[in-house]
Design a binder for this molecule. Structure first.
Ligand SMILES: Cc1cn([C@H]2C[C@H](O)[C@@H](COP(=O)(O)OP(=O)(O)O[C@H]3O[C@@H](C)C(=O)[C@@H](O)[C@H]3O)O2)c(=O)[nH]c1=O
Length: 193
């Protein structure tokens, strides 16, 4: 695997290193030792998939507050998506900055997302399947969501939204929950885990 740290410290693009032969290829997509050699202490607690029928489907921007904050390692198994993460670590130099990266079945790319980031995506093709390895249990009681179109975040989505859940359409803005984010995403709280 080839790890490239992104402009948001601690978030990595993970490319595969395919071993090719006449059948196709074999490639490792996760290795506890290789992650840990880069200081990425990632124990997979859940693995999930989402299937998105239509191009232009948006999910996100989602997060869980500490101590249930999640590491996510996201890959695309079918189709393609523009994946977006937002840094919600109040002490970070890139607090509230975002990154958009294309993940597709074709490019085989993964995105390693540390705790205390919001995550979302828009699908670029019909029938896009997204795979997640997740480092903490699903805990709806401490879930949060930011609006995908929050003007404060200035995310330039590459195409119009075709499908979105009611919850995501009504999600909060940074203006509304900025103080709560700063408080509940503080390092002090996240270390209680
Ligand atoms: C996320 C999740 C949902 N569910 C259930 C709740 C609900 O009935 C149904 C759909 O849930 P949601 O609408 O929250 O699914 P979705 O909008 O796809 O939520 C996902 O969005 C992306 C952007 C992420 O980053 C993920 O971590 C997750 O938050 O699945 C679980 O049982 N376990 C889970 O881990």
């Amino acid at each position: 695997m080839i790890f490239s740290e992104t402009k948001l410290a601690g978030a990595y693009v993970v490319d595969i290193d395919p071993q090719k032969d006449n059948r196709g290829h074999f490639a490792r997509v996760f290795c506890e030792d290789e992650f840990s050699a880069r200081g990425l202490k990632f124990s997979v607690v859940q693995a999930s998939v989402s299937l998105n029928a239509k191009r232009g489907t948006v999910r996100g921007l989602h997060f869980q507050y500490p101590p249930a904050a999640e590491i996510k390692y996201v890959r695309c198994m079918r189709g393609a998506l523009a994946d977006v993460i937002v840094d919600l670590r109040p002490e970070s130099a890139t607090y509230l900055d975002h990154l958009m990266i294309e993940l597709s079945a074709e490019n085989g790319r993964g995105l390693y997302i540390p705790e205390r980031f919001a995550h979302g995506f828009i699908t670029l093709q019909d029938g896009t399947e997204v795979s997640y390895f997740i480092g903490n249990a699903y805990t709806p009681a401490v879930q949060g969501a930011l609006r995908y179109d929050d003007p404060h975040l200035k995310i330039e989505w590459p195409l119009p939204v075709s499908v979105i859940s009611g919850r995501d359409r009504k999600a909060s803005s940074v203006f509304e929950i900025g103080a709560e984010l700063k408080d509940r995403m503080s390092v002090r709280e996240s270390m209680v885990a």
